[in-house]
Write a protein that binds this ligand. Structure first.
Ligand SMILES: *Cc1c(COP(=O)(O)O)cnc(C)c1O
Length: 426
């Protein structure tokens, strides 16, 4: 499917039924697979032959959907995980171990910030969070001899900072390490980080890819472009024998498939964050309309952000697609067709006014989720960060008045009317 356009891959990618097979991707709701003789089964366990033996490692429904996401990103191999958190953890832990170091953009999803800054730190992996707007010199200075990867988000959740992917990729490559980009908010419809030098892409498929708030999930895709052997001393897990598989060397045996094969064979085997086949089926249905939904999310976001900017009750609006936004130029470069449907804004009057406004909304609902077909809002100061004082919020980079608004694919006039009636009540 690689040579087809993204729209066609969304609809047709992955499942390619043969004569007489179901037209729609079947849900292989089976933990295990049958073989005629024990010798063949043994070869599967030794990774000498390809095939299914246990769904914790691989499942046909999951693999077909992973292939579609891989084709959308233009990668060579992909895998699904049970959540976006698992995807980012696996992506990093596949090439880092105790004693190693990660450079991560300071503007990343809170869950990723905790994963790298707290949980992986406990596993002996150190992290440096760096301002994504840093100069090349500042970025250079963050590297250490034990740095194994650089990480950032195409558009950060919820601060909406656009990553200068080329700047980060060049720095990573100068130091012989890969750049991993979490492409959740942009999706491959709006940005394909591999075209700008990223080596590995991750997703929380829970967001736009699923698009209907039905199933938590994640994905990892490898571009196949990073030369692990050229930096073999840094990545012994990929370039030296794996004792848990009779001494196979992933880069020797699997070539460009080494990184994803290792993540599947080792990390899935030992940590087991596999998605349910049913969830992958639902994700696939979401993917079939991703190319239609993303432009509509962006179109609506521009209309709504423009409306909010014109309201005298609104203190500020953050939407990288609007001229005058700090990231407008970077957004135009990396995402010329639009960023995503998430914007943030603040009301004059602060925390209390924000609560009154949100409680007055009619069909726009208050939920933790983002990137849904349905418009939804969240006020971090009253929800995810509610235990913090105003001073603590500002320190954490969350203004007390910040409202995260995930603009859906309803009619834009209706969204604006709902906002207007709520603004009139504050
Ligand atoms: C939501 C999110 C995650 C975590 O994904 P889950 O599917 O909730 O585990 C990671 N990165 C980004 C950018 C996200 O928005």
């Amino acid at each position: 499917m690689e040579k087809r356009n993204l729209d066609t891959i969304c609809v047709q990618g992955g499942w390619q039924p043969k004569n007489g097979e179901p037209r729609v991707l079947p849900i292989y709701q089976s933990t295990t697979y049958k073989y005629d003789n024990s010798e063949q089964m043994g070869r599967l366990f030794d990774l000498e032959e390809e095939g299914y033996f246990y769904t914790r490692l691989q499942n046909p429904t999951n693999d077909v959907v992973a292939q579609k996401i891989c084709d959308l990103e233009g990668g060579v191999a992909g895998m699904l995980t049970s959540s976006g958190q698992a995807a980012n953890y696996y992506a990093a832990f596949n090439i880092c171990e105790a004693g190693d170091h990660i450079i991560c953009s300071a503007h990343v999803y809170g869950g990723t910030f905790n994963l790298f800054g707290v949980t992986m730190k406990k596993q002996g992996i150190d992290v440096t969070f760096i301002n994504p707007d840093c100069t090349e010199e500042e970025l250079e200075a963050a590297f250490k001899p034990n740095t194994k990867m650089v990480f950032g988000e195409t558009i950060s959740n919820p601060s909406l900072v656009v990553l200068d992917i080329e700047k980060f990729a060049k720095a990573a490559h100068r130091h012989g390490v890969p750049l991993i980009v979490d492409n959740t908010f942009a999706t491959p419809i709006n940005c394909r980080p591999f075209e700008w030098g990223a080596d590995i892409v991750t997703h929380s498929t829970t967001k736009y890819m699923d698009g209907h708030a039905m199933a938590v999930g994640g994905a990892i895709v490898d571009s196949g472009k990073f030369d692990w052997n050229a930096h073999a001393d840094k990545f012994p897990g990929l370039t030296t024998p794996d004792d848990s598989y009779h001494g196979i060397v992933y880069t020797e045996r699997f070539g460009k498939g080494a990184y994803i094969t290792k993540a599947t064979a080792q990390l899935m085997r030992d940590l087991g964050s596999i998605p349910a086949p049913m969830n992958s089926f639902l994700l696939n249905v979401g993917l079939e309309t991703l190319h239609l939904r993303m432009p509509r999310h962006c179109e609506n976001a521009i209309k709504v952000a423009t409306y909010l900017q014109s309201s005298d009750k609104v203190a500020w609006v953050n939407c990288p697609m609007l001229k005058g936004n700090k990231y407008y130029d970077l957004a135009k470069k990396y995402m010329p067709n639009g960023t995503c449907g998430v914007i943030t804004f603040g009301l004059k009057g602060g925390r209390e006014t924000a609560i009154k406004f949100m409680d007055s909304l009619e069909f726009i609902t208050i939920v933790t989720h983002v990137a849904d077909a349905r418009s939804c809002v969240l006020h971090p100061a009253s929800h995810t960060h509610r235990q913090m004082t105003d001073e603590q919020l500002i320190e954490a980079g969350v203004q007390p008045d910040l409202i995260r608004f995930s603009i859906g694919i309803e009619n834009a006039d209706d969204i604006i009317n709902d906002l207007e009636q709520a603004l009139n009540r504050i």
